[in-house]
Design a protein around this ligand. Structure first.
Ligand code: HMG
Length: 390
């Protein structure tokens, strides 16, 4: 049975911070961010936008009423949880009006868990071919004012509808995963920003890629020339570019190297303008590739490298389906350009804002721009979401 991505949607914060403005405020050469990290701007999410509103907004762009009647599982992958107990997917399930006889869970392993969610969805559909699974990857990346990671922040969600006989891409049965216990990036429950061993984390990312790729090649007798494109988890595009150069070897024909490099440039177009969206980052790179590449055709094989600090990595592949372009947005750039540019001071105000709860656990918020959904209030410690008026 062919199982894979039938639809893919995206949402990001409605505010954007220019890297040149941030560089100026941090007394840094702007080239360090735009050339050294390959980032032009990053999305900023206000307090009324969280993993639930982003995931619901991303889903709203792709789901029909029929999908909502047929979805029987909602998996939300995140490392920006809003609750230690209740799964964020339950809120999304309710906001979207998905039929009640569905399973809703949240999954965690840094930036990696959406990949595990896809595999779970695939296993579920192979047992129940009529099932439709909504896989959500939703995160807000916050590192801290004036930290090394600050320019690599971001906010966004990818929503994928996983079905049998998918219209976009088949998920091949060729996953190779790797787990290694390292402290490259982690966030204990008592902090809102992570502890990061930045340079060490980049080495772990690249070494996980190298060793997982070697194992993948061995198990599947694979070569880079089997792939029309390779998508990477993108904490910032420069690191993914280093990743690409790790897997292009001396035997790769020059034309194929050029093809992979062009595909890589297409795959980082959104990331350059959004930043790191953690769990959704690899899938935003896929979206960017599919929507911007003029070279890909049905049947092409796309390699996927997923990495989550801690660390778990995985390589698997997708096969493009005839007509996949018809399922994609033709002007995503307009959506990105629609974001409101904010100053560094406005960004810092948003960064530090926290819910000020009264004794009964109530909080209200100023009105901010969000996607289709917003966190309106907190009442007696309960988060109250609403759909925005159009
Ligand atoms: P940094 O201070 O920007 O490091 O921190 P740098 O001084 O090495 O500079 C970065 C690049 O800019 C270098 O390029 C410099 O040469 C260049 P490279 O040599 O590496 O090719 N550069 C310039 N280029 C042009 N003009 C200039 C200039 N100056 C310097 N004037 C660091 C980098 C990665 C440490 C930081 O961004 C950070 O801490 N980021 C957060 C952690 C991170 O993203 N790690 C990535 C791997 S871990 C991962 O992917 C998982 C993650 O997504 C989380 C999860 O799984 O949940 C993070």
């Amino acid at each position: 049975m062919k199982i894979g991505i039938d639809k893919i949607g995206f949402a990001t914060g409605r505010y954007v911070l220019e890297m040149t403005d941030l560089a100026k405020a941090r007394q840094t050469d702007p080239d360090k961010f735009t050339k050294g990290l390959m980032l032009d701007r990053i999305s900023i999410a206000p307090i009324t936008e969280d993993i639930v509103t982003l995931a619901a907004s991303a889903s709203e762009t792709i789901l029909t009423d029929e999908d909502k009647e047929k979805i029987d599982m909602v998996i939300l992958a995140t490392e920006s949880s809003i609750d230690q107990s209740k799964a964020a997917s339950i809120y999304v399930h309710q906001l979207l009006g998905i039929q009640p006889f569905a399973r809703s869970v949240e999954m965690k392993e840094a930036c990696y868990s959406a990949t595990a969610a896809l595999d779970y969805a695939r296993a579920h559909i192979s047992l129940h071919p009529q099932a439709r699974v909504l896989v959500l990857a939703s995160d807000i990346a916050k590192y801290g004012i004036d930290s090394a990671g600050e320019p690599t922040q971001g906010a966004g969600s990818i929503a994928m509808l996983i079905t049998a006989d998918p219209a976009i891409a088949i998920i091949n049965d060729d996953n190779v995963a790797q787990t290694r216990d390292v402290m490259d990036f982690w966030r204990p429950n008592y902090t809102s920003t992570p502890y990061v061993n930045g340079i060490f984390s980049t080495k772990q990312y690249l070494d996980s890629l190298k060793t997982t790729w070697a194992e993948y090649q061995k198990r599947y007798n694979a070569s880079i020339s089997d792939f029309a494109a390779f998508c990477f988890h993108i904490p910032f595009p420069k690191l993914a570019f280093k990743g690409l150069n790790k897997i292009i070897d001396k035997n790769t024909a020059i034309e194929h190297k050029d093809k992979l490099t062009q595909a890589f440039n297409d795959s980082i177009a959104y990331s350059r303008q959004v930043g790191n969206i953690y769990t959704g980052s690899l899938y935003m790179s896929l979206l960017s590739l599919l929507e911007n590449s003029q070279a890909l055709t049905a049947g092409d094989k796309i390699g996927m490298f997923s990495y989550g600090s801690g660390a778990v990595s995985e390589i698997f592949s997708l096969q493009l389906v005839e007509g996949y372009k018809d399922r994609l947005d033709t002007n995503r750039q307009a959506y990105l350009d629609f974001r409101q540019v904010i100053s560094v001071t406005e960004y810092e105000n948003i960064f530090y804002q926290e819910a000020e709860l009264d004794r009964e656990g109530n909080a209200t918020f100023e009105t901010y721009l969000t996607g289709d959904y917003a966190l309106r209030t907190i009442q007696e410690h309960q988060r109250i979401y609403e759909k925005n008026d159009k």
